[in-house]
Write a protein that binds this ligand. Structure first.
Ligand code: SF4
Ligand code: SF4
Length: 369
């Protein structure tokens, strides 16, 4: 852990990034804005300049700071593994502490501190059951897409797994960290760690690569919290794809023959090893041609369902529109993905581009034989 904590030193990363152009082409925000300031070296230079006293945190520089999507694409393509997103989150925490962040940041921070989610919905009590397998539900699925959780429970039941539902209505800590509230993030993370450990679970199933990244990497690197070594993190799509390969899951093909594309969820760049599993599942239920986006797998762009939703919603929309445009260019008319935050954005914006969106878990559950 000591090495990683050292790597997350904001000064080291921003100094290393400020004159480097090597990941400039992959940054989604630079891609949609065409602004040099809004590329990885732009953020590095801005933060380093403040630290050197060459400029200050003011409306302009704080505005730049909050444009980063905290998507991880820069670091994932960096040969020296520079934790630039961590450095940006650390700089935001300084700005928050100085009272200089945009109003939307404090509004979201207050909701997270009070309710544990940005929806302002009360969480149910922590799970009281004990068992071998738990499923982290989180805030987006619990508050905005409960049908997704029902679908996953149905799919798991089909392979003989009845997980304990944990983290219902609670943000995993990523959003608070990304906004610049590390202490709130730490409290949310600790609540999840305590709940998981209390269940006695040996496996924690996760619905999205964002959860996987947060638990196995962000807790350690940004919050200094260790994930319990005896609890294995398992991506639900990987578990289901393995069951499919072992003939433990059987699906009836859907009626549509539309060409479709699987959209890798936000944060896939931080867990690219899981990208085959959801494609295998989608292919098992969709008989139409399978298309691929350009920004896929280890170069996946985010949907915009990050802290941007609460700070710069127009930027979140721009990123989602760009992703839908990439999908449209592939020739697909039906889009499939599973992260609830991504789905909410795509479902809102896709009809205007003549595209249909389907939640992967709900689709699979509806085709279960
Ligand atoms: S993350 Fe790596 S590739 Fe990107 S600007 Fe920094 S040093 Fe360069
Ligand atoms: S985290 Fe994403 S948006 Fe931010 S600098 Fe890196 S690639 Fe760009």
């Amino acid at each position: 852990m000591a090495t990683k904590m050292q790597l997350t030193n904001p000064s080291a990363a921003t100094d290393n990034c400020r004159y480097c152009l090597m990941c400039r082409h992959i940054c989604p925000v630079g891609h949609v804005t065409n602004l040099e300031t809004l590329t990885p070296h732009g953020w590095g230079l801005t933060i380093a300049s403040v630290e050197r006293g060459l400029t200050t945190w003011n409306t302009d520089t704080v505005g730049v700071l909050y444009h980063c999507a905290d998507c991880g694409a820069c670091r994932s393509s960096c040969v020296t593994d520079q934790p630039l997103p961590d450095a940006i989150a650390a700089a935001r925490s300084t700005v928050v502490a100085q009272g200089l962040a945009p109003a939307g940041v404090y509004r979201a921070g207050e909701l997270l501190a009070r309710w544990g989610n940005p929806y302002g919905l009360a969480q149910p009590p922590a799970a009281a059951e004990k068992g071998e397998v738990a499923l982290f539900v989180g805030d987006d699925a619990y508050c905005a897409r409960p049908g997704l959780v029902d679908a996953v429970v149905k799919l798991l039941d089909a392979i003989g797994i009845a997980p304990i539902l944990v983290g219902r209505g609670r943000n995993n800590g990523y959003l608070a960290s990304s906004l610049g509230f590390p202490e709130t993030a730490r409290q949310l993370a600790q609540a999840t760690l305590d709940e998981v450990v209390a269940t006695g679970a040996r496996r924690l199933l996760v619905l999205t690569p964002g959860d996987l990244y947060t638990f196995r990497q962000l807790y350690d690197e940004r919050l200094g919290l260790a994930w319990p070594a005896h609890v294995e993190l398992v991506d639900v799509t990987v578990l289901l794809a393995d069951a499919l390969a072992a003939d433990k899951l059987v699906f009836t093909p859907a009626a549509t023959t539309d060409a479709y594309a699987y959209l890798d969820p936000t944060h896939t760049v931080r867990a690219p090893e899981r990208a085959d599993a959801p494609r295998r599942l989608a292919a098992a239920v969709l008989p139409g041609d399978s298309k691929e986006l350009f920004w896929r797998r280890e170069r996946t762009h985010p949907s915009g369902a990050t802290a941007l939703l609460y700070t710069l919603p127009h930027m979140a929309m721009l990123l989602a529109q760009d992703r839908l445009g990439d999908a449209r260019k592939s020739g697909a008319t039906l889009l499939v993905t599973e992260a609830p935050g991504d789905l909410a954005l795509y479902e809102r914006l896709a009809p205007a581009q003549g595209l249909r969106v389907q939640g992967l878990y709900e689709l699979l559950a509806s085709q279960l034989r």
